[in-house]
Design a protein around this ligand. Structure first.
Ligand SMILES: [Zn+2]
Length: 166
């Protein structure tokens, strides 16, 4: 279920790898590529989104300094898990995978039965998987496969202790 008080994000192109991870955690995450700094700020302001960026200079902008737009600088030299952990801790995000949101387009997924997936997924998948998630915008079915397992492994790492410099 979507909670309107949950933080929403817009991710700068220099840390684009974080987009799918934030969506995987269930958070409404906008990504526009290419986008210039002014557009990024305007979208954040209009839609009440927190800017995630790896560009230090971006945080010298007036709207950020005045607090009109919230933002978090990410050190792109840190490893990706540390980067994500920083966001999770800063905003108190739930760090469990939820898979309620399409990783490609940010749309909320619909739960679909096996019948709906007939002919839309590979036969070996259809034979073994009972429940599917469907993105109405991408018109795509998703299911728990190796990709999801890898993502779960990454998310489990989030709850491990951060390194001292994290
Ligand atoms: Zn989609």
């Amino acid at each position: 279920m979507q909670n309107s008080t949950e933080p929403r994000f817009i991710v700068d192109t220099n840390v684009g790898h974080l987009v799918r991870k934030l969506r995987m955690l269930g958070y409404d995450t906008l990504f526009v590529n290419p986008i210039d700094d002014a557009d990024l700020l305007h979208r954040a302001d209009q839609e009440g989104r927190i800017v995630i960026s790896g560009d230090r200079r971006f945080f010298e902008r007036r709207w950020i300094r005045s607090g009109r737009v919230r933002g978090l600088w990410i050190d792109t030299y840190r490893d990706p898990t540390t980067q994500l952990r920083r966001i999770v801790r800063t905003f108190g995000l739930k760090s469990g995978a939820s898979f309620i949101r399409c990783l490609e387009c940010n749309t909320l997924l619909l739960l679909k039965s096996k019948d709906a997936a007939r002919g839309r997924v590979p036969p070996y998948v259809y034979e073994t998987v009972a429940e599917y998630a469907y993105c109405p915008r991408c018109d795509q079915f998703f299911w728990e496969g190796d990709h999801v397992k890898r993502m779960r492994a990454l998310i489990e790492k989030l709850s491990e202790d951060a390194d001292p410099a994290g």
